[in-house]
Design a protein around this ligand. Structure first.
Ligand SMILES: Cc1cc2nc3c(=O)[nH]c(=O)nc-3n(C[C@H](O)[C@H](O)[C@H](O)COP(=O)(O)OP(=O)(O)OC[C@H]3O[C@@H](n4cnc5c(N)ncnc54)[C@H](O)[C@@H]3O)c2cc1C
Length: 415
């Protein structure tokens, strides 16, 4: 089979790969993007659709240790790790615990807020061009019934408000007035006024459309199988649809990245953070705002004609099975705050693997040993909200421009 010469080959057509592809295509680069499946059917398919710079906290925040240990042992808790003797998991957990320090967390939040705010501006423009996105900038509510929950929401606000993310503290009466769909009484929370939401699958489709419109190519059902390195460069990429010879290779392969990086003898410690989302018919008392139920870590997203309820994070290694017990715990948690009918109809149930690095920060940039290899992986809980910004950043790096964010935080070589 003939080798296909390409200027920039992107592997992975999720939000990260398509955002990078769209931006590079707009800037005139010749882009080819391949995916083992079809566009946007990985973790980017059914997420909560939140574009929320307020949620820029990496998973291993200081003070999380005790809380996470308590959750980890509870199969119905919002964060769960099935006890196992896996070496991958042990390494990951060790790095996770080491990352729980204030200096590292502050720098991470700063970088992630910048990426998320850049993304929000881009999505607003995309939403105007593609109405199917249902882009809406209504803000977002974090609500709680307990004092620790309210404190956590206020701590979140305090972390991000100096970085230009506006929000205001709410008491129970404020919440009842703003969002009558919530079951009272609530103690309080925070309202972040600039946050937005959209249909995640439609966002990826719109970006794919941009790639094609600017002359780029997307090849579906094309699986990367091996990578040939010669000296310090990627020489060629072997796929289920033949061999590619890229000048530059961009890996945007989400939770699959750990195993693919091994093909190049690289260590990319990404585990899947499995989460579920269910689409249910609109409630009689349908929420108006996206809502984070703080203690439950459940995300409620009102949609046109339905409601999305998403939650839980279960650390796994490429395991897409649905654990009914965890689905039930999401329903139970949501029912405590919303008027869900007893015989709740689930129109669609989906599980996705968030690509989680141990320090909760993506890996973005060129690899130090392979000069034409760019990594853009590990966007954990915020791949949508930081996706378009990652596209701008990667395009800048490929063009040799100074990055607009502290690249040390995102260092692709740090593990
Ligand atoms: C329940 C849930 C709710 C979430 N809510 C939000 C939210 O509200 N806001 C937010 O910002 N984030 C949210 N996230 C996180 C977000 O969905 C992810 O961070 C994001 O989708 C990751 O995007 P990605 O492009 O890196 O990965 P993916 O979308 O998984 O894309 C990776 C692609 O690589 C392809 N691929 C893998 N291996 C190969 C190969 N060998 N050859 C070719 N192609 C390959 C896959 O087919 C896939 O299409 C949520 C996640 C979950 C699970």
């Amino acid at each position: 089979m003939q080798k296909k010469d390409v200027e920039i080959l992107i592997v992975g057509a999720g939000i990260i790969g398509t955002a990078i592809g769209a931006e590079l295509s707009r800037r005139g680069a010749k882009v080819c993007i391949i995916d083992r499946g079809t566009v946007g059917r990985g973790c980017s398919y059914g997420n909560a659709g939140w574009m929320t710079p307020c949620f820029a906290m990496p998973l291993p925040m200081p003070g999380m240790l005790l809380k996470s240990m308590k959750w980890l042992l509870d199969p119905e808790g919002p964060l769960y790790i099935k006890p196992s003797l896996s070496v991958n998991l042990a390494h990951w957990m060790w790095a996770f615990m080491k990352a729980m320090n204030e200096t590292q967390a502050r720098k991470a939040v700063e970088a992630l807020v910048v990426l998320s705010q850049k993304s929000l501006t881009e999505y607003e423009k995309l939403g105007q061009k593609y109405p199917a996105l249902n882009f809406e900038q209504k803000g977002l509510m974090m609500v709680s019934r307990t004092q620790p929950g309210v404190d956590a929401a206020v701590a979140e606000l305090n972390y991000v408000k100096n970085l230009g993310v506006p929000g205001k503290v709410l008491n129970g009466d404020d919440i009842a007035a703003m969002e009558p769909a919530l079951k009272g009484p609530l103690l309080g929370g925070v309202y972040f006024s600039n946050e937005a939401m959209a249909e995640p699958f439609q966002v990826v489709q719109a970006l794919a459309n941009e790639i094609r419109a600017y002359g780029g190519e997307i090849i579906e059902n094309c699986e990367l199988q091996d990578i040939v390195i010669s000296g310090n460069k990627v020489e060629s990429v072997l796929t289920s649809q033949g061999e590619f010879k890229p000048q530059q290779l961009v890996m945007a392969t989400g939770s699959w990245s750990k195993d693919l990086a091994r093909l190049m003898r690289l260590r990319v410690p990404i585990l899947g953070g499995k989460g579920y989302a269910m689409i249910v018919p609109p409630l009689e008392k349908q929420p108006q705002y996206p809502i984070m139920l703080v203690e439950k870590k459940i995300a409620i997203t009102p949609r046109q004609g339905s409601l999305r309820i998403a939650g839980t994070l279960e650390l796994v290694d490429q395991d897409f099975t649905i654990t009914q017990r965890r689905v039930e715990s999401i329903k139970k948690g949501a029912r405590e705050f919303l008027h869900l009918p007893q015989d709740l109809e689930i129109q669609e149930l989906w599980a996705g693997l968030r690509p989680c690095t141990p320090d909760g920060v993506p890996l973005v940039g060129y690899h130090k040993n392979i000069s034409n290899l760019m990594l853009a992986v590990g966007h954990q809980m915020l791949g949508l909200q930081s996706g378009a910004g990652t596209g701008l950043l990667v395009a800048d790096l490929i063009e040799g421009k100074t990055p607009f964010v502290d690249l040390k935080v995102l260092d692709a070589n740090r593990f």
